[in-house]
Ligand binder design. Sequence first.
Ligand SMILES: Nc1nc2c(c(=O)[nH]1)N[C@H]1C(S)=C(S)[C@@H](COP(=O)(O)O)O[C@H]1N2
Ligand SMILES: [Mo]
Length: 300
Amino acid sequence: MAFRWKNDLTRADVTPEAVWLNRRQILGGAAGLGLGAIAGGARASGDLEPNDWEEITTFNNFYEFGTGKNDPAQNAHMMTTSPWSITIDGMVDRPGEYGFEQIMEAMSVEERIYRFRCVEAWSMVIPWNGFELADLLEIAGVQGGAKYVAFETLLRPDEMPGVSRPVIEWPYVEGLRLDEAMHPLTIMATGIYGKPIPNQNGAPIRLVVPWKYGYKSIKSIVRITLTDSEPPTAWNKYAPNEYGFYSNVNPNRPHPRWSQATEKRIGAGLLARRQPTLMFNGYEDQVASMYEGMDLIKYH
Ligand SMILES: Nc1nc2c(c(=O)[nH]1)N[C@H]1C(S)=C(S)[C@@H](COP(=O)(O)O)O[C@H]1N2
Ligand SMILES: [Mo]
């Protein structure tokens, strides 16, 4: 698997994990010397200081492997991720099955360090490697009438101990409006810290939409369908008043059972304060225009 990184990444595209670890030590050192304001222990809070590999890969939601936060790290190794292909169909000029390697050859992978905010009110900062979804959709050729993009996760009960229980309706499905899907912040992630994305994080390829609650960022994608009607989504089907189609991060719209005004940054330490949740998860400047004139409470 490692060869695909050699093929697709130049050294400049990836920040090796060691450099990040080093950077944290440098930050910590600066704090010790009184050169920087570091809140909540050794880590600056509220900025884009990435979480550790350990945090990102052992505290997960991937219900196909169980609902406990550590279940995916324990069980997701059972999932076969090679060979892998994504069926791209619906309103496209070139429908078909696109092999993972074929996709990777056509895409240029870059690093994107994004805030990641789960609807459960915890957050991380994750250094993804990936490419813009728009570039993949361009390969398939989106037709004029298409208005939405639907996504589907692998469903393989033999390899997914969580799907024997009807927690949600399987397979996990998600959707975006076409303009959201084409937005340059929307990526297909294939790596973290310059390594292939671990199974528990959605190997070999998953969506990342950083201004929306984490559940929109569907993992281990096997189908992408262009359509002219709003597609059903897994959590909306489960509880429509709790989880809307849009699911934009919004501190002003409480979940019916808890506030969304603040969040707990994973790894910030026991004594760290909860931090304020930012409108559109801090990406307001880049995405707000897509929702101009929309009632963001009604269309949550
Ligand atoms: N197929 C699938 N995708 C999924 C989920 C899931 O259970 N199954 N959980 C979602 C939720 S609720 C979150 S917060 C993120 C978690 O991503 P991470 O484990 O990489 O942090 O994945 C999302 N994508
Ligand atoms: Mo989530």
